[in-house]
Design a binder for this molecule. Structure first.
Ligand code: C6P
Length: 414
């Protein structure tokens, strides 16, 4: 680790890294430098153990059996829900619905909240920097209802102008849906102010928290949003599990979006009645092991301390921004004053995909492409970017390794 890095890091990152078995492996004979945490983060042993222990000792279906295993599985599953409730500071576990991930959460809101309510001429407001998961479900809803999608612009730094956002909250706006942190640029949006402005006009809000929960403390009551969505796999938890928080009153008013077992109270051929919250939105056997793993991931993050994690990640972001900013021929895409934990960039004369391949040969894993945010790429007039995204287990020395690998790539393309 460089002297500069040591001076800025009181955090015991080596002790943390020892908890993540994958971080000690090699790739193409080189130590793995994992800088693709925005796509999916790695798992501490405690999360792997929690899932394995669940399958080894407690597995059965939940909410269905009187036998011991079913009750144990139910307790573990509902225990995980309570951990999520505390993590988000929701008022009640009735406000915590388990889904497959952020994508499914947003589709649930579009179809269950939006489809029965929206009329031709109604408006849905999103920002220019949204992930496709916070664009396409609304486009489908527009096709189904005749509503219109409105887009708040960004500036050349990748900042959403709050005044413009406020000005676009019109009499026909029914919902405003926006990310807390942009996955393509790293911009942090002023989501509490945005939610307050919408609420003052009676407009419902959804926050896409996929890139925020690993890096920022989230309190849904303080944010004042109606819906909040995130995925387990970016939070050191398993894939295939995520969370939709929704204000209880809104959830009560919404119809189920999928039908099947567990979401019903009674079924007859004359008609069916719905289960209480949150089960009304959880049709079929859920991802029990995923929920257990997510609960363990939250436990782990709370042990590290999200404030400590965020501080270390900020130090990595500042260090990477300075190093990459000095790198000849490299342009950082996304220069908002308030950013979280990732740097997107392009390098003169090297396509991002080639860059990704060369870096991989050096053991450095980054993401290249449009990051499921094609409108952002269009705005900056680039086909793709390279993106290094950091976690609290990354080190300043790994950023040095990234820069060294970029140097090799530049040499190859000279
Ligand atoms: N972004 C990335 O590399 P899912 O796939 O449902 O877990 O998450 C979708 C999603 C929604 N919103 C934001 C802001 C996101 O970043 C993502 C996932 C990954 O940036 C994969 S494309």
């Amino acid at each position: 680790m460089s002297a500069q890095a040591q001076a800025t890091t009181p955090f015991d990152v080596e002790r943390i890294r020892a908890d993540f078995p994958i971080l000690s492996r090699k790739v193409h004979g080189k130590p793995l430098v994992y800088l693709d945490n925005g796509a999916s983060s790695q798992h501490p042993q405690s999360v792997i153990d929690a899932e394995a222990d669940y399958y080894a000792r407690h597995h059965a279906n939940v909410h269905r059996g009187v036998h011991a295993l079913s009750q144990e599985a139910t307790d573990l599953f509902e225990g995980a829900r309570e951990k999520v409730r505390r993590f988000l500071n929701a008022r009640s576990t009735r406000e915590i619905v388990f889904v497959r991930g952020t994508t499914e959460a947003i589709n649930l809101v579009a179809q269950s909240w939006g489809r029965p309510r929206l009329q031709p001429g109604d408006e849905i407001l999103v920002t220019w920097l949204e992930h496709h998961a916070n664009i396409v479900p609304w486009q489908l809803l527009c096709q189904q209802t005749g509503a219109t999608l409105k887009v708040v612009p960004i500036d050349r730094r990748g900042v959403v102008d709050f005044a413009q956002f406020e000005a676009m909250l019109g009499p026909r706006t029914r919902i405003a849906a926006f990310a807390q942190v942009s996955n393509a640029l790293g911009t942090v949006l002023p989501v509490a102010r945005m939610a307050a402005a919408a609420r003052a006009r009676g407009i419902v809000t959804l926050i896409d928290g996929a890139q925020a929960v690993p890096h920022l403390r989230v309190d849904v009551q303080a944010l004042g949003c109606d819906f909040y969505a995130f995925s387990g796999h970016k939070l050191y938890g398993p894939t295939g599990i995520g969370v939709l928080y929704g204000r209880e009153q809104l959830f009560e008013e919404m119809p189920p979006w999928q039908g099947g077992g567990d979401m019903i109270l009674t079924v007859s051929f004359q008609g069916s009645t719905w289960n209480a919250l949150p089960y009304k939105f959880e049709a079929g056997t859920p991802n029990i092991a995923g929920a257990v793993g997510l609960g363990a991931a939250i436990d782990y993050l709370e042990k590290v301390g999200i404030g400590n994690a965020a501080e270390h990640e900020h130090s990595l972001l500042d260090y990477a921004t300075a190093k990459l900013g000095d790198f000849e021929g490299l342009t950082i895409i996304g220069t908002a004053p308030d950013k979280a934990s990732l740097v997107s960039f392009v390098l003169d004369g090297v396509h991002p995909h080639d860059l990704g391949t060369i870096l991989d040969m050096e053991g450095v894993a980054i993401r290249t492409g449009h990051h499921c945010a094609m409108p952002v790429m269009e705005f900056f007039d680039v086909p793709a970017t390279a993106r290094a995204s950091f976690s609290f287990y990354n080190t300043h020395a790994e950023i040095d390794a990234l820069v060294a690998a970029l140097g090799k790539a530049r040499e190859m393309f000279r």
